[in-house]
Each structure stands twice: as C-alpha cells, then as structure tokens.
Design a binder for this molecule. Structure first.
Ligand code: F3S
Length: 417
C-alpha cells in the first residue's frame, strides 16, 4: 500500500500512540482488501456504539484507545448505545449491564465523538454531499448514504470504524471505486396497482425481497413510483441491508447517480434480471409474519428501525387523532435525542406520551439487553429490519404492517388481518 509521508509519520507514532494503533489497524485492514492507498475523509459514523454488540472486549479496546490519548480526527457521529438513560429501569435492564453501557458511552465522548446515538445520522446532522468519501458503518446508514445521498462508503466492521475515525482515513477499495458501483442485477417491478408503495412498509418488503436475492451484489430497481420519498428509501435501505448485505442499490430515477438504467449499469448489458410481481411481494410479506411467541400475552408496536425523523413522528402523531393506546399495549417510538428535543419544542412529545406512546431515545429494541425482559409476545412493526431479526433473537411473534395499521393496532389492542 502506498502511504503518504503524513501517514508514515502517524505509523511511526509521531502523532501519539493512540493514533498510531488506529492507523496500524486501518492499514492492516486495507491490505486485506488489497487497497492501494488510504483516502482522507471529512466525516465518520461509528456503528460500534452498543455495548450489547461489542461487549467487554470492545469496551476494553475503546478504553485503551482513550488511555493512549486517541481522539477522532474528523466530525464523528455514533450509532445507538445499549440503554436509554430515562427508561432502562422500566425496560427491565440489569444495573451492571447499564453501568458498562454507560462506561462505553463515556469512552466515546472522551474520544471526541458527537453524542448522537442514532443509526440515522443523516436525519439530525448535515448529510454528506454527492460523491463525498466518508467513513461510515451501520448497514442501513451506509446503504442510504451510497444509494440515496450519492456519497461513498464501504460497510466497515465494528471497531475498524472507530480506528478509521481516529486515523481520519479509509482504505480505498470496494464502493469507493467508481467501477465497483455499477449495478449487477436488475429487479423490474411489474403490474403493481396504485395502492402499492404508499407506505414505508411496502418498501421494507421490497427491500427484503431484493436483499435476499442480491446478497452483497449491487441491485438495480426499475419501476418505483415517482412519489417515492427519502423515508421510503430509508425503509428499503434497512431491509435490503438486513435480509442481504446490500450496501448500494440503484433505484432508477431516485439514486443520484442513476437517472437511467444505462447509467445504473454503467453501460453494461450482461446482468441477471428478475421480474417482481404483486404475488411475489405478498409471499414475502406473509413469510415475514411469524407466529412463534404469540402464545405469550402482550402486544408491542415498535416503530423507528431505523430511527425516525421529526416528520415521520409527526405523521404518527396525526394518525392517533386524539385517541390513545388500548390498555396493556406497548407502543414504542425509537428516535434520536436530537429529534426528541425537536418533539419537545413542538409540544408533540407530551401529546404522544398522553396517547400512550413511549419515546425511546439513544437506543433501540435490538440493542437493549436482556431481550427476555420484553413485555410482549407479539411485535407489530413497519420495519423490515425488525422483521428480520426480532423473532429469531427474541422468540416473539411478528406482524409486518403499514404505519397506519400499527397505530390502529395500538388503539384497538388487536392486530387486523
Ligand atoms: Fe437502528 Fe437499531 Fe434498527 S440501530 S436500524 S433501530 S436495529
């Protein structure tokens, strides 16, 4: 790998031991991918925010970087942690677990990370611009970054992401190279009448279907309606990055670098092709409904995977129309502390809480532990990512529904259909 004089100096420890350790790991990681050089970045997002994903070995590593004097080299946001300071007792989390989660948060703050604790940093900080190379991890965020914003990042592993933020550099490989961004297989939507694709959950189902087939390849989707919003593509990003390992998709007419099919494939014609019809769509949707755990009482409606924006929560608020959740139903809205603050300013937080909602900030249901403490046997959600992981990890039943159906289930205490 060709390193600049500055990078050599960092490796020699001229900018401190913490930065040297981080740079050494970044270089080793880059060599694994046969990167020819490192690229300087202006922005980073760390996935490894949750104690429940990196546990004690990860905590030790981050604390050791702090002890060695490391600091992030660029503005750096971070994913959800493993607890919500205001709600961990209500959610039945053990004190020792929360104590360690808190220690991890403190270590990141000492590294200079911004306390965003969200998997949708693009909703609460200025988003990277078209073509910009950044150091991001978190599967939904990287997929959204590449496919909706048109910026560039690979899906970096946990803790490598921390080192890249400290080094201020990423190895140049994969999706940072223009030719690696070409579409590899086509999904053409056919015969979908108008009621389809009017809710984020439809985009989650489609994303799930595409991710299952595409794996880690770059899919191209043709036929999404013009009215498709960024929130819809966020749902698609999370689902396709969960059922598969999609880190870039081209939604023709929506992805900035894909105004046409030809542009999405960079002029290539040797690609696989799939036709997606309403029948296949419904099959996937039915498969995502899981009955396991439904013998346990309790209904939990969970929205906000990925974390919701202010306007998405305002829409949920409007759907309540002054009604409130049925007795015994848990209604969780997951978002960032930044959005929570905006909701408070707008007076929406208290109204949602009066309607029976619990606003969970800084964390999410899949980062909480222990999962057995969940007070319900069935989840209703509009999230393809929760549909992918929730039943297996937590032994609960699951119903994938539109946002309006989720709110209706909360009010009636019943799941329709
Ligand atoms: Fe975000 Fe947690 Fe879902 S990190 S994407 S809300 S699993």
């Amino acid at each position: 790998m060709n390193l600049t004089r500055d990078e050599q100096r960092i490796l020699e420890g001229k900018q401190g031991e913490g930065r040297r350790v981080a740079m050494e790991l970044v270089v080793k990681f880059g060599r694994l991918y046969q990167a020819q050089r490192l690229v300087e970045v202006k922005n980073a997002h760390i996935d490894a925010g949750a104690y429940s994903t990196i546990w004690d070995s990860g905590l030790d590593f981050v604390e050791s970087l702090v002890q060695k004097g490391a600091r992030v080299a660029v503005p750096t946001t971070i994913n959800p942690c493993s607890h919500d300071q205001d709600n961990w007792q209500r959610l039945g989390q053990p004190e020792e677990f929360v104590r360690r989660s808190h220690r991890l948060k403190q270590a990141y703050l000492r590294l200079g990370v911004s306390p965003t604790w969200t998997c949708a940093p693009y909703e609460c900080t200025s988003a990277p611009s078209f073509g910009e190379v950044v150091s991001w991890s978190e599967s939904n965020a990287v997929n959204y970054l590449n496919s909706v914003l048109g910026a560039r990042s690979n899906r970096l592993p946990d803790l490598v992401d921390v080192c890249c933020a400290v080094a201020g550099r990423v190895p140049e490989y994969g999706l940072l190279l223009p030719q690696q961004r070409a579409g590899q297989l086509l999904f053409e939507l056919r015969e979908f009448p108008d009621p389809y694709f009017r809710d984020a959950s439809d985009y989650a189902v489609l994303g799930y279907l595409v991710g299952e087939i595409a794996g880690s390849r770059v899919p191209v989707v043709l036929g999404l309606p013009q009215r498709t919003t960024k929130a819809d593509l966020k749902a698609f990003s999370a689902a396709s990055a969960s059922s598969g390992a999609v880190a870039l998709f081209h939604a023709v007419g929506h992805t900035p670098e894909s105004p046409s099919l030809e542009a999405a494939f960079q002029g290539r014609r040797d690609y696989e092709s799939y036709v997606v019809t309403p029948r296949q769509f419904q099959e996937v949707k039915e498969r995502l409904t899981v009955s396991r755990g439904q013998s346990r009482p309790g209904l939990g409606i969970i929205l906000g995977c990925p974390h919701l924006s202010f306007s998405e929560i305002a829409e949920i608020h409007a759907l309540f129309r002054g009604q409130r959740t049925a007795p015994g139903v848990e209604f969780w809205i997951q978002t960032s502390r930044t959005v929570c603050h905006l909701l408070e300013e707008a007076g929406l937080r208290s109204q949602l809480e009066e309607a029976g909602a619990l606003l969970i900030k800084d964390t999410c249901v899949l980062e909480l532990s222990p999962l057995t403490a969940w007070p319900f046997g069935t989840i209703v959600t509009n999230s393809g990512k929760i549909a992918q992981y929730g039943p297996g990890v937590c032994g609960v039943g699951l119903v994938l529904a539109s946002t309006a159906q989720c709110v209706q289930a909360a009010i009636s205490g019943r799941v329709e259909g």
